[in-house]
Design a protein around this ligand. Structure first.
Ligand code: MN
Length: 479
């Protein structure tokens, strides 16, 4: 019997503002526990929320990048529930009238519709340790965008592609840091299975998945649980589960609540959010290049399709690539993209470090990398040497000259001394002509250039020998 799974995603994306959604406390996931807490975040009586304009504008920008319709008036509601890390006793969210509705993201397998995007507050963190529960309120009140898709996804790979594209969009428009490990992008997966052709089955929600690999594993596991349940003649219970990545299982944490349970009502402390057509239009016109357009741009430069996806996964990658191209105008972009995708990103992924983290504090990396590609593409160094050099610059961020002054790399480069000499001869027709007419001492002129280019690392006699050899071949070829 063939089963088909149907998946919808709810994403919580932390809005990348300096301060929280309704208080002056800073957003800082590295801060000491409970050091970034305002009276409002701690639920003190008499405190009032003040909306963060920047956060609302960032949510607007995100809606527009996701092709959504904007509600000129959206409203903040209270969602009531009791939990130790929610001092207010309610979450401020947008239930009845969210800021954005009816958007979509186009993926390679088709369009994924986005039902809504609403703005809400995050809760604090409960930390369970040694039989105690500790509460950190630094996260309480941080602004989130909840992005809810329609059930348009059917496989693990489709979900991952969608999540990657959403992440790339958020990074391109800089409204969310989108670091899943740090929890500023979290996904809830709603999954149901049904026999091909049957109506949709009962869905189970798996909450707070914070990496692409756990999303994948949780779906695969939960799909099998539901299929086994149906095959054994039982019914799937609608419920909320958590994924345990150590045991690779999903386990039920509660039966699914209905909206009624939360007693939603508009927050009387907050005025409706009004967004004029003018501000919507202006925000729309100022959207930066989005991943889809970046890929079109790269493909116009001749970059292969799969590499265009890799280079636009984060805007840091795309910007880095463009910075390199500025230094390597002479060569084709597709060659540069080979170097970046296979040599650089390949190596970094083995080291388990993202390009954005790797580049922190490295000022010379891009120009060193460009110089190596230039040396290889002009035939002055072999591929093996280029790769060795790349290994070196990944380890040390020195300027190119300093980096290679005391290393034996340039001596190794002499393997291709001939190519360097030929290039110099090609660039000096009048000196070659003088040599041809019998001015033999001109050979020292070339030796000087070669020594300078190889930073004095190669024996002058050897260079002289090589130059003479190449000069004779050269003039014979001209004749
Ligand atoms: Mn939510």
């Amino acid at each position: 019997m063939e089963f088909k799974k149907t998946i919808g995603i709810e994403v919580h994306a932390q809005i990348d503002t300096k301060t929280k959604l309704f208080s002056r406390a800073l957003v800082d996931d590295m801060a000491k526990p409970n050091s970034q807490v305002d009276f409002l975040d701690a639920g003190f009586p008499g405190t009032l929320p003040v909306p963060n304009k920047q956060a609302i504008l960032m949510a607007l920008k995100t809606c527009l990048a996701l092709n959504m319709e904007i509600n000129n008036i959206s409203i903040f509601d209270r969602k009531h529930y009791f939990y130790q890390d929610l001092p207010l006793g309610y979450q401020i969210t947008q239930f009845y009238k969210p800021i954005g509705i009816n958007g979509y993201i186009d993926c390679s397998f088709g369009r994924v519709r986005i039902n809504r995007l609403h703005i809400e507050c995050d809760a604090g963190k409960s930390i369970y340790k040694d039989g105690h529960t500790f509460i950190d309120l630094n996260r309480a009140g941080v602004g989130l965008m909840e992005i809810v898709t329609e059930p348009d996804l059917h496989t693990e790979n489709e979900v991952i592609e969608f999540m990657k594209e959403l992440r790339a969009i958020l990074l391109a428009i800089k409204t969310c840091k989108a670091d899943m490990e740090k929890g500023n992008l979290r996904a809830d997966v709603n999954l149901s299975v049904a026999k091909e052709g049957d109506p949709l089955g009962t869905r189970v929600e798996i909450k707070n998945l914070n990496s692409f690999s756990t999303i994948k594993k949780a779906i695969t596991y939960e799909e099998q649980v539901q299929i086994d349940t149906i095959l054994s003649g039982k019914e799937v219970d609608q419920c909320t589960k958590l994924y345990d990545s150590e045991k690779n299982i999903t386990k039920t944490i509660r039966a699914k609540e209905n909206a009624m349970d939360y007693a939603y009502f508009p927050d009387a402390d907050l005025l409706p959010v009004f967004l004029s057509d003018a501000i919507i239009e202006e925000t729309k016109n100022n959207l930066p290049m989005l991943p889809k357009q970046m890929r079109e741009y790269l493909s116009d430069l001749g970059v292969a399709k799969e590499q265009a996806y890799i280079l636009t996964e984060t805007s840091v990658r795309f910007d880095f690539f463009n910075e390199l191209l500025n230094d390597i105008t002479k060569y084709l972009a597709f060659k540069v993209s080979n170097w970046v995708c296979s040599e650089l990103l390949g190596k970094l992924s083995k080291l388990e470090i993202e390009l954005e983290d790797f580049l922190i504090g490295k000022v010379n990396f891009s120009s060193n990398f460009a110089k190596i590609i230039n040396l290889f593409e002009s035939g002055e160094i072999t591929r093996t040497i280029a790769k060795t050099m790349i290994d070196h610059i990944i380890e040390k961020d020195l300027s190119f000259d300093v980096l290679f002054k005391n290393s034996d790399l340039l001596t190794k480069c002499a393997i291709n001394l001939d190519a360097l000499i030929i290039k110099i001869l090609n660039n000096s027709p009048s000196e070659v002509e003088k040599f041809k007419k019998g001015k033999v001492q001109i050979v020292m002129y070339f030796v000087g250039i070669v020594m300078k280019e190889t930073k004095g690392q190669i024996n002058a006699e050897l260079i002289k020998e090589k130059v003479l050899e190449q000069l004779n071949l050269f003039i014979n070829k001209i004749d």
